[in-house]
Design a protein around this ligand. Structure first.
Ligand code: 3UK
Length: 562
């Protein structure tokens, strides 16, 4: 009989939360019945080649390589050989990946999967301090790094207290001018090592329950948390939201902004297209202007990005006629990461004809678990529970509250929270349910309406005020480019609503503008929700994944208090 794991290095298994601290996993759909042995690289990559689709386009960069499925497989196979034969990887080892979104990062990711390793992808923007925390926490032994990003990683590896210092192999360096001299001093590049291997690599026969990625949570304060996901979880993410809500086709061309180190990006820009044999365009720079340009030039059809990015692209999208309605190629747009304001949904629809597919996901849950397709979309609501998941709104004791009542969101499904050796497991998972930290209201007909992070609800003079609702109103004002609303301490009212506003260019942030915005809110929603304080900013603090960092706005308020 085969052992229940292919891992020789048992680090991940040894640091799983105790069984009773884990959520209950549910496999309620026929497509969620996974075999005991499962490797996601076999399913997402090798299978297409084996079944004759090797010549189909798979992954490209606008100014870089364009690989078919067979070509990506050949690259991944060479890298897997390098990992095993040159770097000594054994199944279960953690491999840190550091690069902007590009085909070579996807090849490295699949190489790790094929070799039975555990991918620890990192956001390109991370600095040595954060990378050091990742190396220590994940006990990284090997790192594959874009040469352009190597200096911070080298500094991190040198400073890390990890007992097994990471071996760093770099790729993508400009060809050295005098190769004969640099060969001696620098370790060989990944490309050099790859050129010595051209045999196919036999994908390791991993267990469905072997951990294959450690995904670090983004944007929070304090010690980073690493979530653990199995080969089975990766495949589960491909058979819930994508076929039941997104419904993309093999001829679709995916594009978007989230880094592949963020599970939103990994799913939307690699796993989901590859599961159906479609293709994906990866952008190293994917700010709104770059993304807009690339959607047009690549004739992309499915886009994954954050709500603010849609808002920032709306005018350009109309000009460039991106939407299928206007003769463009774009036909499906997914927003996640934070609440999609109804104003942004409406703006994007006017500009492109496309109804955005909103979806809430989380690093802990791997991907989207509440969403709505174009036909079911309801402005201001996230949507309905995605097939394969269960969700409910509960009180502080875990009891479901009546429809229409605000409470905590609790979720169960085929994926769920497993923090790597972390006592905070008990904050996210209670009684078998995952608590995402979001406050929601469920409508009588089942729609989930986002209210706030559970710690973001503003309570002013006894009123519950959801920050996103006030933001949505402000975004409808013509002078407002971006905004964020928080509660700040107030002697008289407990808290007051404060808005941080980024104005459109040409608008003046003066007293008259403050008054205009306040009056606008009072005229649109219940007047008690208006922002008593308004501050104009050049920009708002965001994570690399585009998520607003309200805690940074809150802490800037605390520091200013007398
Ligand atoms: C918030 C949303 C309202 C919410 C993610 C899709 O964002 C992702 O993962 P993170 O771990 O953050 C999770 C938290 O972000 N959020 C995400 N989407 C929405 N709030 N409406 C939404 N549509 O607070 C959630 O708890 O960074 C999103 C897929 C994979 C992901 N990792």
């Amino acid at each position: 009989m085969k052992p229940t794991t292919a891992h020789v290095d048992t680090f991940a298994r040894d640091h799983l939360p105790a069984p009773d601290a884990q959520p209950e996993f549910r496999f309620d759909l026929p497509e969620l019945q996974f075999p005991e042995r499962l490797n996601c690289a076999t399913e997402l990559l090798d299978r297409h080649v084996k079944e004759g689709r090797g010549g189909r386009p798979c992954v490209k960069a606008p100014n870089g390589p364009a690989w078919t499925y067979a070509e990506l497989q050949a690259q991944a196979d060479r890298i897997a050989h390098v990992l095993v034969e040159d770097c000594g990887l054994v199944p279960g080892n953690r491999v840190l990946l550091r690069a902007a979104n590009k085909p070579m990062l996807v090849a490295c990711w699949f190489a790790v999967m094929k070799a039975g390793g555990i991918a620890v992808a990192t956001m390109p923007m991370l600095r040595a301090k954060e990378l050091g925390q990742v190396i220590d926490k994940a006990q990284v032994t090997i790192a594959l790094c874009d040469a352009a990003l190597r200096s911070e990683l080298k500094a991190a590896a040198a400073a890390a207290s990890s007992t097994t210092p990471a071996r760093i192999v770099c790729f993508g360096a400009a060809a050295p001018r005098r190769p004969e001299r640099s060969e001696g001093s620098d370790p060989p590049s990944l490309e050099t090592l790859m050129s010595r291997h051209d045999a196919p690599f036999r994908t390791v026969d991993t267990a469905a329950t072997d951990t294959c990625i450690l995904a670090f949570t983004s944007g929070t304060t304090g010690q980073p948390k690493a979530t653990m996901h199995f080969h089975r979880d990766v495949m589960a993410s491909c058979v819930c939201f994508p076929p039941h809500v997104l419904r993309a086709e093999p001829d679709d061309v995916f594009i978007g902004s989230p880094p592949l180190a963020f599970t939103f990006g990994l799913g939307g820009l690699t796993l989901f297209p590859m599961h159906i044999g479609a293709s994906t365009v990866l952008l190293e720079k994917a700010g709104p202007p770059d993304l807009l340009e690339a959607i047009a030039s690549q004739r992309a059809t499915v886009c994954f990005t954050a709500p603010t990015s849609y808002r920032a692209m709306a005018a350009g999208a109309r000009e460039k006629k991106l939407g299928a309605r206007d003769g463009g190629a774009l036909r499906k747009c997914v927003a996640a990461g934070e609440a999609l304001p109804a104003a942004t949904r409406a703006l994007w629809k006017e500009s492109t004809g496309i109804e955005i597919v909103d979806g809430i996901g989380a690093t802990e849950m791997f991907h989207i678990f509440i969403s709505a397709d174009e036909a079911q979309a309801r402005p201001g609501a996230t949507g309905l529970v995605v097939p394969g998941y269960r969700a409910r709104v509960v009180d502080d004791h875990g009891n479901e509250v009546p429809r229409g009542t605000i409470g905590r969101l609790a979720v169960q499904g085929p994926t769920g929270c497993r923090y790597l050796g972390d006592p905070r497991q008990a904050d996210y998972v209670k009684g078998g349910w995952n608590y995402t930290g979001d406050a929601y209201v469920q409508s009588a007909d089942g729609y989930f309406v986002y209210q706030s992070r559970t710690d973001d609800m503003i309570i002013s003079a006894g009123y519950n005020i959801a920050a996103v609702e006030v933001e949505d109103v402000l975004l409808r004002h013509e002078a407002v480019a971006e905004c964020a609303v928080i509660g700040v301490a107030d002697d008289e009212r407990g808290q007051i609503v404060k808005a941080f506003v980024v104005l459109r260019s040409g608008q003046r942030g003066d007293e008259a503008m403050v008054k205009a915005l306040q009056d606008f809110v009072k005229a649109t929603v219940a007047p008690y929700k208006y922002p008593r304080a308004v501050e104009f900013r050049e920009a708002l603090p965001r994570t690399e994944t585009g998520k607003l960092q309200r805690f940074r706005l809150r802490s800037s308020e605390l520091r200013r208090a007398p």
